[in-house]
Every structure is written in C-alpha cells, then in structure tokens.
Design a protein around this ligand. Structure first.
Ligand code: SF4
Ligand code: SF4
Length: 172
C-alpha cells in the first residue's frame, strides 16, 4: 500500500489506541476480571470450590467454632468463571476489575465465614444454616426435619424407618 493511501486509511479509521493508564478504560461486557463473593448471598454449598480447577477457592469447616470458611485466594485464580457458572445463588461473580497488582498479600484473599448447624441427634456441626434452609425449601414439609440431621444420623434414621415399614409397623 502506498504511503499516501496508508495515511488516508489511518485518517478515515481514526484513533485506535487508548490513553490508559492516563485515562480510565472501559472493558467489554463479559470481561472476566477479579471474582468477588457476596457474603450476604453465599450459602456455603461448596459448589464453587469443587468446580475451581486451580483450587483458588477452598471450603473447610472449623468444627470447634461451628463455622464454615469459604476462602478465595486471587493469586491462584485463572479467571475461568466456572465458580460463577455453578453458584446456585449468584453469590460469586467475576467483576470488571483487572488492576490487581498490590503491595500487600492480604489484598489477594477473601474469607467468608458462615454459621453451621449442629445435628439434632449427635450435635456435630455438619452444614451451614443457609444451605440447610436452601435445601429444605425444595422438600415437602414432613421431610424437612430430616435436614437438621447430619448425613450419618439421617442414614441411620432412614434405615430404621425402612425396617419399621418392612416389619409391618413393628421395630425389627
Ligand atoms: S474464576 Fe476459575 S480459577 Fe478463579 S476462582 Fe473462579 S473457578 Fe477458580
Ligand atoms: S457456590 Fe456460591 S453459594 Fe456456594 S459456596 Fe460458592 S459462592 Fe457460596
């Protein structure tokens, strides 16, 4: 392409560079920036941690305090958005934030702590209140009390009920 044609084309297209970082830059819709958890919406279901390929999200239970901890470490994140895709309450969203450099490692962590519910039979904390209530809403009212038992006690109770039914109403 001749020099004059090139200049003409450049003039017709206009400026294509951005003034960033001297002026703010608008990122496109769907941009995958820093994930942030909304602590008011999170139910502590662990779906995000199970789906996160580099384990940037981890969920663990502090049984002494009866607290479930959802820990996000930005330093491991690959911005794949799988956490956002699987979260049942839209509590974790990828933002448009991309300026992530920091002098303090603390800025790379987000911790959400949720109160756990204790099993009505054995007293062990086994799930968060929010998750139990979220799941209980899907059940008929007569089955909701079972949600307040840990999986082990629930299984024991269910097998007793089955034995009772098989025995024609007698404990077997
Ligand atoms: S965006 Fe991907 S890597 Fe980052 S926290 Fe979510 S699932 Fe994990
Ligand atoms: S998937 Fe959503 S609701 Fe479940 S623990 Fe992760 S952020 Fe919280």
């Amino acid at each position: 392409m001749g020099r004059l044609r090139l200049i003409g084309k450049a003039i017709s297209i206009g400026r294509v560079t951005e003034k960033y970082p001297f002026a703010p830059i608008e990122v496109p819709e769907g941009f995958r920036g820093k994930p942030v958890i909304n602590p008011d919406e999170c139910i502590g279901c662990s779906a995000c941690a199970n789906a996160c390929p580099p384990q940037a999200l981890q969920v663990y239970d502090d049984l002494k305090r009866g607290i479930r901890v959802i820990h996000f470490f930005l330093g491991r994140c690959i911005f794949c958005a799988r956490c956002q895709d699987v979260c049942p309450t839209d509590a974790i969203r990828l933002t448009k934030e991309f300026e992530l450099a920091t002098l303090s490692e603390e800025d790379l962590h987000q911790v959400v702590e949720l109160q756990m519910v204790r099993c009505k039979e054995c007293g062990r904390p086994f799930d968060t209140f929010r998750h139990v209530i979220y799941l209980a809403k899907e059940l008929p009212p007569e089955q909701r009390t079972m949600m307040f038992l840990c999986p082990e006690c629930r299984a024991k109770k269910a097998s007793k009920i089955i034995s009772f039914a098989k025995g024609g109403g007698k404990i077997v």
